[in-house]
Design a protein around this ligand. Structure first.
Ligand SMILES: Nc1ncnc2c1ncn2[C@@H]1O[C@H](COP(=O)(O)OP(=O)(O)OP(=O)(O)O)[C@@H](O)[C@H]1O
Length: 279
């Protein structure tokens, strides 16, 4: 099978703000028709990478290749819509910016309203929407002109589980129509469903690939116990604590668990922090 065409690529990208490194030698490809999910804790570099893809942040070294601005749809970490306009007016405004008019604009707008589950709120001001509805409107606005590259900064943060289903359907449909999608998320269950994952921490890529590839590449052993042997290598999962043994061979009789994405992200982030104490 040939590799799908990359619509956007970051090659060895590094970005600093003053003495703070936001991205350190990051290489990521966003293929047509696929969803790449960026995960990682606060300050991992997710927003900076997304802003680099849309041209809002220039790399200090390395390069970005991406379609022209006209072919990109971007939902930033901000509100993503105009508070003083209604749902319909917001969609009309972005449609107009991208040259959509007449019946085509009406069809796309009404289709977007349905897909986003915003029919009941179509004539409501954006400022009067719930946080989740507002996020869905922002995503609908970013994809209205059917961009080749769709860049979404935490589209589902603050969105209730039912609305997250609407949002995820909108994103999957955009990818099925051929868009290359790169998005950040704090919900790891959501990230597991994306075709590709990029796990960032402190501006570095800890691991990337499909969920299967990430699981296969993960080394070491994770155990579960009420009381961990080394608290600094452990974290709470449910009522127990999981503990990471990077070299394998746990020094405990505790039960071994099959790691999920949450375990993998935490274990890899912990390893990095133990290697490189924060300055
Ligand atoms: N405009 C800026 N000026 C100074 N520092 C910045 C700026 N933007 C980002 N940073 C710093 O760069 C690092 C990466 O931030 P970034 O916003 O990309 O992370 P993130 O993974 O999106 O996390 P969060 O979800 O908390 O925004 C952080 O240390 C942040 O403080």
């Amino acid at each position: 099978m040939t590799a799908p065409t990359a619509i956007a690529t970051a090659r060895s990208v590094s970005v600093s703000f003053g003495d703070r490194t936001a991205l350190d030698d990051v290489t990521v490809e966003v293929p047509a028709g696929q969803v790449v999910a960026l995960v990682g804790g606060d300050g991992a570099g997710k927003s900076t990478l997304l802003r680099a893809f849309v041209g809002e942040v220039g790399p200090d070294s390395g390069s970005i290749s991406a379609p022209t601005k006209h072919e990109i749809g971007f939902l930033s970490a901000g509100p993503g819509s105009w508070a003083a306009l209604t749902v319909r007016q917001n969609l009309d405004l972005v449609g107009g910016i991208y040259g959509l008019t007449g019946d085509e604009l009406v069809d796309r707008r009404e289709g977007a309203i349905d897909r986003a589950g915003l029919r009941v709120a179509a004539d409501r001001l954006a400022s009067a929407l719930s946080g989740g509805m507002r996020r869905k409107l922002g995503a609908a606005m970013a994809m209205l002109h059917r961009p080749r590259l769709l860049v979404l900064d935490e589209p589902s943060t603050g969105v209730d589980p039912v609305s997250r289903i609407d949002l995820w359907r909108m994103i999957s449909e955009a990818a099925a129509d051929g868009a290359a999608v790169v998005m950040s998320t704090t919900y790891l269950d959501e990230a597991e469903r994306a075709g590709n994952l990029v796990v960032l921490d402190g501006g570095r890529i800890l691991t990337q690939g499909s969920y299967d590839e990430v699981r296969t590449a993960f080394t070491g052993v994770i155990t579960a116990a009420d009381v961990p042997v080394r608290p600094e290598w452990s974290w709470r999962r449910g009522r127990r604590r999981h503990e990471y043994w990077a070299q394998g061979s746990p020094d405990t009789d505790a039960q071994t668990v099959t790691p999920d994405l949450e375990d993998i992200v935490i274990a890899l982030s912990m390893s990095r922090r133990h290697e490189e104490p924060a300055s």
